[in-house]
Write a protein that binds this ligand. Structure first.
Ligand code: C2E
Ligand code: CA
Ligand code: CA
Ligand code: CA
Length: 280
């Protein structure tokens, strides 16, 4: 039994080591990726389901590693966050997305651009300056930029979060709460956050119309957002039934594979922003 126990411990410590090693490995590779420009952005359309018109794009980061291929953001963003590298990466994302958005605008598109902010970036004292500098540099109207935050980023020090949100609003940008309904935000605070958009998390959308509880929750989130004068975007929309349900419940902005996966910059220009599917 003793020998077995020792083996078990050995086994676990090896596993832990492997996890720690992978982390360290990714951290080193991330530093290299920043230097040698291995990141790119893809853009997922957000559609007004009534008209089929693209009203915005969400920028999503991609890491094309020279030997390991595509590494998904769910794998490296948490490590970038833990090491603080996310601040530098996030600044690059902001610049690149704003540059792209300015190109869209110059070609006559009227779509807004959304980017994801991480907790570290949100707490960073340079954030306001970085955003305002970037908007000026590319000549993008602040109202075209949406910054997506999550509930957990806002719930630690709520008063400090509200102050930071107000500073962001002063820049004229739009604020969204991403993955809404999955975090710990208290409804009593929600009305104090100066946010413009709620993004209904995919977990509520994905089992519509089979799961009636999810349908009730989604409808309630939409109704509440509208009472608070917020816009609602549903994410992870994959089927016509989901679009129809959302339409019936007055959520008109939808994002998901039903319309389009995230696209490369060329992919965006290969598509007509005026005629996506019109849900019937
Ligand atoms: P998110 O912000 O919730 O982004 C939505 C994710 O759902 C994206 O995954 C998108 O490709 C995927 N998706 C879109 N439509 C559908 C659909 O119909 N069905 C399904 N199953 N999935 C759909 P992605 O690109 O892998 O990004 C994952 C997460 O990584 C993002 O979740 C976000 O939290 C984070 N992330 C991505 N880019 C950035 C970035 O530039 N900065 C930061 N801080 N985080 C990022
Ligand atoms: Ca997002
Ligand atoms: Ca989301
Ligand atoms: Ca998510």
């Amino acid at each position: 039994a003793k020998a077995k126990g020792r083996n078990t411990f050995h086994f676990y410590s090896q596993e832990l080591n492997a996890a720690a090693n992978e982390r360290l490995h990714i951290e080193n590779e991330l530093r290299q990726a920043i230097k040698s420009q291995q990141f790119s952005l893809q853009y997922q359309p957000q559609i007004d389901s009534r008209t089929g018109k693209i009203v915005g794009y969400e920028a999503l980061i991609r890491w094309n590693h020279p030997t390991e291929g595509n590494i998904p953001p769910t794998k490296f963003i948490p490590i970038a966050e833990a090491t603080g590298l996310i601040v530098e990466i996030g600044t690059w994302v902001l610049k690149e997305a704003c540059r792209f958005s300015a190109v869209l605008k110059s070609k006559g598109y009227t779509a807004d651009i959304s980017i994801n902010l991480s907790a570290r970036q949100f707490k960073d004292s340079n954030l306001i300056d970085t955003i305002s500098y970037t908007l000026n540099e590319v000549g993008l109207p602040p109202s075209m930029l949406h910054l997506e935050l999550t509930e957990s980023m806002l719930m630690g020090d709520v008063e400090a979060a509200i102050e930071q949100l107000k500073e962001m609003k002063k820049l004229g940008v739009s604020l969204s709460i991403d993955d809404f309904g999955t975090g710990y935000s208290s409804l009593s605070y929600l009305k104090r956050f100066p946010v413009d958009v709620l993004k209904v998390d995919r977990s509520f959308v994905k089992d519509i119309p089979q799961d009636t509880n999810d349908m009730e929750i989604t409808a309630a989130i939409i109704a509440m957002a509208q009472k608070l004068s917020m816009k609602v975007v549903a994410e992870g929309v994959e089927t016509a039934e989901q679009v129809a349900f959302l339409q019936r419940n007055n959520c008109h902005i939808v994002q998901g594979y039903y319309y389009s996966a995230p696209l490369t910059e060329q992919g965006v220009f290969a598509q007509d922003p005026e005629i996506m599917k019109v849900a019937g």
